[in-house]
Design a binder for this molecule. Structure first.
Ligand SMILES: NC(=O)c1ccc[n+]([C@@H]2O[C@H](COP(=O)([O-])OP(=O)(O)OC[C@H]3O[C@@H](n4cnc5c(N)ncnc54)[C@H](O)[C@@H]3O)[C@@H](O)[C@H]2O)c1
Length: 255
């Protein structure tokens, strides 16, 4: 029986965290037949994720990768092309959340570090992927934004700025490469149960309680909710979809 991602070569960044979106995306795409390369700054963690996917019958490997570094992107993608011949899908998932509001002395530093990882990291990755995908006739790039890239979040101005930037550079790149069969879309998760969410709730718990109470479907999101959306964007089911924003938030931003 054919699967939705049969033989597609996929690179997912930020795959070490469990529960985490990268690990869930890697697992879902591998279950649909993809060859998945997971990367992370945390090598033991991402190797463990890849081993868990292999134990379930998936094709997964792992590599160390700081997405903020051009040289890491170059070596990861060179190795991936040597091993698998082409790159069909990049999921720029790695990201950091640093809650430092306007009252914090760290606010500007947090802005800079979140832009390094969230914006420059996925921007460099998008460029490296576009260059690889041009050689093999196309591909799909999925960039992880957030509902914080769509609406304001009290106390998270610098994170929101970084995720808004991801949304807007993605649309512009989508226009630049649309005629080359390369698609670029963003996913905007709401509040999803992962390690990042646990950390955010610890530092900003009043705000998160209020957000959780306001989710129309009445529950937090699960990593699989995001993985299902990424699967659609990564597969050939979405060949007419580019430059678009996919909100997966239980209705939170519909209000
Ligand atoms: N969980 C949510 O509620 C939520 C909501 C909206 C958006 N997001 C976004 O989804 C993505 C994944 O979030 P998550 O909840 O799984 O986060 P997480 O913190 O659980 O996992 C993030 C992973 O990224 C890795 N990472 C951090 N910096 C890195 C770097 N410089 N290079 C390589 N890897 C690095 C971490 O080691 C970790 O394994 C992030 O971009 C995040 O901003 C998450």
């Amino acid at each position: 029986m054919t699967k939705r991602m049969d033989d597609k070569v996929v690179l997912v960044t930020g795959g070490a965290s469990r529960p985490g979106l990268g690990a869930a995306i890697g697992e879902r795409l591998a279950a649909e037949g993809a060859i998945v390369v997971l990367t992370d700054i945390d090598l033991p963690g991402v190797e463990e994720t890849a081993a868990l996917i292999r134990a379930k019958g998936g094709n997964a490997s792992a590599a160390k990768h700081d997405v903020a570094l051009q040289e890491d992107w170059d070596s990861v993608v060179t190795a991936l092309l040597a091993d698998h011949g082409r790159l069909d899908v990049l999921v720029n998932n790695a990201g950091i959340l640093d809650v430092a509001g306007m009252g914090s002395d760290r606010a500007v530093g947090a802005l800079r570090s979140q832009f390094e990882v969230n914006v420059a990291g996925s921007f460099i990755g998008t460029q490296v992927a576009v260059r690889a995908m041009r050689k093999s006739g196309g591909g799909s790039i999925v960039n992880m934004s957030s509902v914080a890239g769509l609406v304001g979040f009290r106390g998270s101005a610098s994170y929101a700025a970084s995720k808004g930037a991801v949304k807007m550079f993605s649309k512009s790149v989508a226009l630049e490469v649309a005629a080359e069969n390369i698609r670029v879309n963003t996913v905007h998760p709401g509040i999803i149960r992962t390690n990042m969410q646990d950390q955010g709730a610890e530092t900003n718990s009043d705000n998160y309680d209020a957000i959780e109470a306001a989710i129309p479907v009445g529950r937090l999101g699960e990593p699989e909710d995001i993985a299902n959306c990424v699967l659609f964007l990564a597969s050939d089911e979405s060949t007419y979809v580019t430059g678009a924003e996919f909100i997966v938030d239980g209705g939170y931003t519909a209000q």
